[in-house]
Design a protein around this ligand. Structure first.
Ligand code: ADP
Length: 477
């Protein structure tokens, strides 16, 4: 049975309650996790506060950084074990799970290296004054993690928080958290002081809600659905704490007729099947200039039809989706679009040897999707791509910006002026030009506008988000 880490100890929920963990591969139970509740969150927050007032709070930035670099190496030393856990828990292909652990280690490396490189400032003021701007930790930071990339998301969220000297409480997703629980244990092994990193598994509406509204936290980072994002923001408001929200997306590829077709077509397909489409930044809309729409879509369809779905060990393009409700959700979108008369241009294939009872879905490419159809503006969170033509640059921009979301976008054109114009006109947090990297780049500030959320993760901007400043005004005459 897996366990939580609170105050440096491996523990079960105080109530003794557990949750069963089902494998997406065959739908069977293979593990149990503690069902932490408000009482466990109370202990975790208290342990974090104690760590801030104790050994963790006294560590210099240099020492914190070194510990994080040690953690990066420890993750790499355990990468295969973590990848197996992640693949078992989420169903993702082993290659993807292995890559996720490299990225997890990179988060600790990047933020560990940055820990002692964030400086304060000296501000010129009136004669006779010295003004110092100190950068300080926020205190106890709460991190509510989704199930699509559990390990990576945990690294992304706690990396900058720990680097800045906060003590963290993590609530991973009930649907996939085994890697997160193990990461917390690895952190103890490398010498993080008790309470610096606490983790409480459990249900969102129990442990998650208790953490979000806890009066002794100083910050919340949340990645997940828009519905829960609103609840998190409300809870944060009641305690007047800051939150960073990374919510959904409906990210478009905007492909002009002068694009490198081969590169664009293969990148577009990869951008929607990655992690079986369960990525906030999945490139789920394909906007193509009308005069070469047919030509480009036939290339995309040819590649799309080669997509294969299987178990993690088969190591194909996609694994199953994470659970039954996610499978039903994706299938419902596909069935509804067919009922509405949308044309399927291509479908991938589920390997005939996958076990019964697993949560497999068929990757599907729909063509000529009208802008008002739900598939053109709602997030499916599965391997379903909606293609539609545009006539000119202005039309492309209007379509691209025509959803509630604003997370990521890609523009494909060899025309330099157009690259700049379109990139500036797109309303989102990241724009790729002639490439696409869903979720990629530890160094690159990332986050949304509009309903995709607010605040920035990754890069140095996350260090600013997860710290505060104090202006010390000293009159010396
Ligand atoms: P999904 O619908 O894709 O599972 P969620 O937004 O429900 O996404 O889940 C993302 C994370 O938010 C998970 O860790 C989940 O446990 C947590 N969560 C869900 N509901 C709540 C809630 N009411 N309060 C706090 N956290 C929650």
């Amino acid at each position: 049975m897996a366990h939580m880490i609170i105050g440096g100890k491996a523990v079960q929920a105080q109530s003794g309650k557990t949750l069963e963990v089902r494998s997406p591969v065959d739908g069977l139970t293979f593990e149990t996790i503690p069902r932490g509740e408000a009482a466990d969150i109370d202990l975790a927050v208290a342990a974090a506060r104690q760590a801030l007032n104790g050994a963790w709070g006294k560590m210099s930035a240099l020492e914190r950084g070194r510990l994080m670099l040690k953690m990066a190496q420890h993750v790499l030393d355990h990468a295969e074990e973590l990848a197996l856990l992640e693949a078992q828990d989420t169903g993702k292909p082993m290659t993807t799970a292995r890559n996720d652990m490299v990225v997890l280690a990179r988060y600790f490396e990047f933020y560990g290296s940055a820990a002692d490189k964030i400086h304060g400032e000296v501000i010129p003021f009136l004669n006779g004054y010295q003004v110092n701007l100190l950068r300080e930790p926020l205190g106890v930071t709460a991190h509510i993690i989704p199930w699509n990339y559990p390990a990576q998301m945990m690294g992304r969220s706690i990396g900058p928080a720990l680097a800045m000297g906060n003590a963290v409480v993590v609530k991973p997703a009930e649907d996939a958290c085994l890697s997160c629980l193990r990461i917390a244990e690895l952190a103890l092994e490398v010498g993080f002081p008790p309470g610096a990193l606490n983790i409480v598994s459990g249900l969102g509406e129990e442990a998650g809600a208790a953490l979000a509204k806890h009066p002794d936290i100083n910050f919340i980072s949340f990645t997940g659905s828009n519905e829960v994002g609103v609840l998190i923001q409300q809870a944060a408001a009641l305690n007047a704490v800051k939150c960073v929200l990374e919510l959904g997306g409906k990210s478009p590829h905007v492909v002009f007729s002068d694009a490198n077709l081969e590169l664009a077509a293969s990148t577009v397909v990869r951008g929607i099947i990655q992690n079986t489409g369960q990525t906030c930044t999945a490139g789920s809309r394909l906007l193509v200039q009308s005069d070469f729409y047919e030509e480009f879509l036939s290339l995309v369809a040819e590649k799309f039809s080669k997509v294969r779905v299987g178990t993690p060990e088969m190591n194909l393009d996609c694994g199953p989706v994470v659970n039954l409700s996610q499978q039903q959700r994706v299938n419902k979108y596909i069935a509804q679009a067919q009922q509405d008369g949308l044309k399927i241009l291509a479908q991938g294939q589920i390997d005939p040897n996958v076990p019964n009872g697993g949560y497999y879905v068929t990757p599907t490419l729909f063509g000529q999707v009208p802008a008002e159809h739900p598939l053109a503006h709602e997030e499916v969170f599965g391997p379903v791509l909606a293609a539609m033509p545009f006539v000119d640059e202005a039309h492309a921009i209007a379509l691209a910006n025509g959803t509630d979301y604003g997370l990521l976008a890609a523009v494909w054109t060899e025309n330099g002026g157009r690259q700049q114009r379109v990139a500036k006109a797109l309303k989102c947090g990241q724009v790729f030009v002639n490439s696409f990297g869903a979720g990629g780049g530890v160094e690159l500030p990332f986050g949304g506008v509009k309903s995709s959320g607010h605040g920035r993760e990754k890069g140095f901007m996350a260090l600013e988000e997860m710290s505060t400043t104090k202006t010390v005004i000293h009159f010396h005459g």
